[in-house]
Design a protein around this ligand. Structure first.
Ligand SMILES: [Zn+2]
Ligand SMILES: [Zn+2]
Ligand SMILES: [Zn+2]
Length: 212
């Protein structure tokens, strides 16, 4: 990577790259994954993520390769062509870092207890997307673009099918831990047979919330 000879332009590019990623996070998730309804590889993987609690970050090496090509290749190239190489690098690096942040926030939402108010807020937004309205709440690191594009929804309590409960929210008896009960409640039985798996998959690919 060439060292930026205009640190100011590089520094200005960083927040622009972060905002650009957050926009792409919304656009890819909504259009390339959900509205594509399984017609491309990323869409199929994402809809499988909706259909089963077990899948998150399955093909991380593919997404990281794509993001690296855009952030360290395409964006700096466009900057160079526009005569603003330093700005291009700043935008690219900001984009890459923001993607890494998104990946961490999403993985943690599914796999780890939340650590602060920010995580609490964005994962309630994301699980409303998973379990109430898969065509709403496409933002994962911020609800901002959902407000802009009119896809924001909010529920008082997120109803989670028991078979899809995240490990971090339940105790050894399978009940929601007391500290999470004002935000999440479990419905249905934990039982997961082949018929249920098939129905979960079909509903996910139809962009419908799983049955409780
Ligand atoms: Zn998710
Ligand atoms: Zn989704
Ligand atoms: Zn208990």
């Amino acid at each position: 990577m060439p060292s930026p000879d205009s640190p100011l332009l590089f520094a200005l590019g960083l927040p622009a790259g972060i905002v650009l990623w957050s926009f792409m996070e919304y656009v890819l998730h909504r259009f390339a994954f959900h509205e594509a309804r399984g017609s491309n590889y990323g869409s199929r993987e994402h809809l499988r993520h909706h259909g089963s609690e077990d899948t998150v970050l399955e093909s991380w090496y593919l997404s990281w390769t794509g993001v690296a090509l855009v952030s360290l290749g395409l964006i700096p190239l466009l900057g160079r062509l526009a005569g603003a190489a330093d700005l291009g690098w700043g935008v690219g690096i900001g984009y890459l870092v923001a993607y890494g942040f998104y990946d961490l926030v999403h993985w943690r939402a599914h796999r780890r207890p939340y650590a602060n108010r920010y995580e609490h807020m964005v994962r309630k937004h994301h699980f409303t997307h998973h379990f109430h309205a898969p065509l709403k709440n496409h933002g994962v690191t911020t609800p901002f673009w959902d407000h802009v594009f009119g896809t924001y929804v909010e529920v008082d309590v997120v109803r989670v099918p028991r078979r899809m409960a995240m490990r971090w929210m339940i105790d050894e008896h399978g009940e929601v831990l007391p500290e999470y009960r004002s935000t999440y409640e479990l419905r249905g039985t934990r039982a997961l047979d082949d018929d249920q798996r098939e129905q979960d998959r079909a509903l996910a690919f139809a962009n419908q919330a799983p049955t409780l």
